[in-house]
Design a protein around this ligand. Structure first.
Ligand code: PGA
Length: 250
């Protein structure tokens, strides 16, 4: 429904030199992509990634940002800093940030606010833990994450937001949601957004699936009506695999 976007989430992998090499390998493989292509790289790789992707169809994302523009926040990076260096997008609310680094629905919402204020595009990650799926509260969890994160976001600003549905139990586990499970929750997110805004805004929204998406299962997942792309971890570190996923998004 929304525009297809395939984004790599490299997580804490690759030095700047390795980032340049991977992007250079990727460039010819995705040059004719019919979807948007983004690489989400570690902060220190951003200059190398921006240089290597200049003049190409590959966008560059950071993997987090602070909500304040500047200040006494040792070790943090602001959205304004990312924007100033030419970064287009930031991944926010990833489950690894929520699980290991204390991100909550409220701080994710603040980060979304800060990123949009700075002029960045946002990939907002939502998704349930295995135990929540087993308790039958996936819909409630994902709807709540979506509503809180979009709390202060206008309909105009929503055009700069992608939502990535990433069931936590599928991330890095090799255990993918079935295409039907992925579509069901992506459809639920779209319905939630329709409730917050309207049908047109919900239809235009890009909703990605993430969680062990790979060269073998991407086509099936991307063929689902409510799955408009992917947020790819492990498979994004291999140019060939990532390019196969990109080619499947059409
Ligand atoms: P994975 O990671 O593809 O390695 O499961 C996805 C993600 O965490 O965005």
């Amino acid at each position: 429904m929304g525009k297809y976007v395939i984004a790599g989430n490299w997580k804490m992998n690759k030095t700047p030199a390795e980032a340049t090499a991977l992007i250079n390998e990727l460039k010819p493989l995705v040059a004719n992509a019919s979807c948007d292509v983004i690489v989400g790289v570690p902060f220190v790789d951003l200059p190398a990634a921006l240089e290597a992707t200049a003049g190409t169809n590959i966008g560059v994302a950071a993997q987090n940002c602070h909500w304040k523009e500047s200040g006494a926040y040792t070790g943090e990076i602001s959205a304004a800093m990312l924007k100033a260096m030419g970064v287009g997008t930031v991944i926010l609310g990833h489950s690894e940030r929520r699980t290991y680094f204390g991100d909550t629905n409220e701080t994710v919402a603040q980060r979304v606010r800060g990123a949009l204020d700075a002029g960045l595009n946002v990939i907002l990650c939502v998704g349930e833990y295995l135990e929540q799926r087993e308790q039958g509260v996936t819909g409630e969890v994902v709807a709540m994450q979506t509503k809180i994160a979009l709390g202060g976001v206008s309909e105009e600003e929503l055009k700069r937001v992608i939502i990535a549905y990433e069931p936590v139990w599928a991330i890095g586990t090799g255990k993918t949601a079935t295409a039907e499970q992925a579509n069901e929750v992506c459809a639920l997110i779209r319905a939630t957004v329709a409730g917050l805004y309207n049908d047109a805004a919900a239809k235009a929204l890009t909703i990605q699936y993430g969680g062990s998406m790979n060269a073998g299962n991407a086509a099936d997942l991307l063929a689902q009506p409510d799955v408009d792309g992917g947020l790819i971890g492990g498979a994004a570190l291999k140019a060939n695999d990532f390019s196969i996923i990109v080619a499947a998004a059409k």
